[in-house]
Design a protein around this ligand. Structure first.
Ligand code: FNR
Length: 381
């Protein structure tokens, strides 16, 4: 279907499904175990009600904001790091960059991207900003080499996003099944002779996601990993996959003691792909509001997971998020129509954000606050 006939992110996902391989669909769609966190990530927004104010001049709905304390962006909406965009479309991660460019959105590039960090930013617009996501490798020299490479691109890459919520691979059954099916198909389509010639076959039927974990370290700590990282990058650090107020507090304390280190945390359960029944970002935001609200002035709190509508984004912003990420939405856009599909997905979301801001009576991002959310929701823990 033509992209402009797709009216919401669900329709973009459905269109992508008809364009991409079964294996790619399984990899993007899948989440851990029973997909409880994945679905709750979105339900939590659906169950939260807004409190619109009227008689407010909302002719402007200005979505510009500042990230990392200094970079002006056109929207608080950003692209979360997600591996292997080229599975969906040859435009890949560079296509995501092109697709979001007219919205002035930030893009965080995955450690397991399917293009090089240089290729991805090669045609970025002036002022377009990126982050680079790190999975620390068991062989630290490999990570150090990548950090040095990103440092050379520091006119584009403005932060290092260290992902912490996936110390080991999770169980993603859609993925495992799809990989197994693909392997069986390949085998079935080869003659016996060819199979012999092909020699070593993949010895595992685990999904693409699990294979990417090869070499990732499981021994990261506050006291060893952060000093190492600070030593090897001059860029601000963003900790991704924080899921409790205790850990947000620790990050804020670290930031206070070590100026120029941690600038933001991302409340995230990895789109439900890591630990099933882990909390959605909204729950952690509410915990932070209750137990350590002072941290909002110490570090930026970004969130991701489950975003399907502009109202979801606005609700997260009202509860104190500084930026809101989408993982699958960008990938589905790419699958539905390459860079133009990403552009369409962002056009839809950005339009919905502005409509929501106007409907609740908010002129700009700074005005968004808990007064726009049903108070019973804000007070619960
Ligand atoms: C991810 N995510 C992810 N996160 C990360 O830090 N490094 C990575 O390489 C990946 N890879 C990845 C692949 C795919 C296919 C998906 C869907 C997700 C997690 C991602 O950054 C983000 O936390 C979630 O995608 C947010 O949830 P939604 O927007 O997909 O619901």
């Amino acid at each position: 279907p033509p992209l402009n006939s797709l009216l919401n992110l669900d329709e973009i996902e459905a269109a992508a499904k008809t364009q991409i391989s079964k294996k790619c669909w399984a990899y993007y769609f899948s989440a851990a175990d029973d997909l409880i966190s994945k679905s709750y990530n979105n339900t939590v927004y659906r169950n939260m009600l807004l409190r619109p104010r009227v008689f407010v001049d909302v002719s402007l709905a200005d979505t510009t904001t500042t990230l990392l304390g200094q970079y002006k962006v056109g929207t608080p909406l950003y692209v979360s790091p997600a591996a292997m965009a080229r599975l969906a479309h040859p435009d890949g991660e560079a296509g995501i960059a092109r697709g979001i460019s007219r919205f002035g959105a930030m893009q965080i590039v995955s450690h397991n991207a399917s293009m090089t960090p240089e290729q991805i930013v090669a045609e970025a617009k002036p002022g377009q900003i990126f982050g680079w996501q790190l999975y620390v490798q068991q062989d630290r020299t490999k990570s150090e080499a990548m950090l040095a490479r990103i440092a050379k691109l520091n006119d584009k890459y403005k932060c290092i996003v260290l992902t912490l919520d996936a110390p080991v691979p999770s169980k993603r059954e859609h993925d495992e099944k799809a990989a197994l099916e693909t392997q069986l198909l390949i085998e079935a389509s080869r003659s016996e002779d060819e199979q012999k010639k092909a020699g070593k076959r993949p010895d595992s039927n685990s999904g693409v996601g699990q294979q990417l974990f090869f070499g990732t370290a499981a021994d990261l700590t506050w006291s060893t990993t952060l000093p190492w990282l600070v030593k090897h990058t001059d860029l601000p650090i963003v900790l991704k996959g924080i899921q409790t107020h205790e850990d947000v507090y620790l990050a804020a304390q670290y930031a206070r003691k070590h100026p120029g280190s941690i600038k933001a945390v991302i409340l995230s359960n990895h789109g439900g792909r890591s630990l099933d029944t882990a909390p959605p970002a909204v729950h952690t935001l509410l915990e932070v509001r209750k137990y350590c609200p002072e941290v909002f002035d110490m570090i930026e709190i970004w969130v991701d997971g489950g975003i399907r509508r502009g109202t979801d984004v606005v609700k997260a912003l009202c509860l104190g998020a500084k930026a809101v990420g989408v993982g699958r939405a960008a990938l589905w856009g790419l699958g539905a129509g390459g860079w133009k599909g990403v552009d369409r997905a962002f056009e839809i979301l950005q339009g919905e954000i502005q409509t929501c801001m106007r409907m609740i009576g908010a002129k700009d991002i700074a005005e968004l606050g808990p007064r726009f959310i049903n108070s019973r929701m804000v007070e619960r823990d």
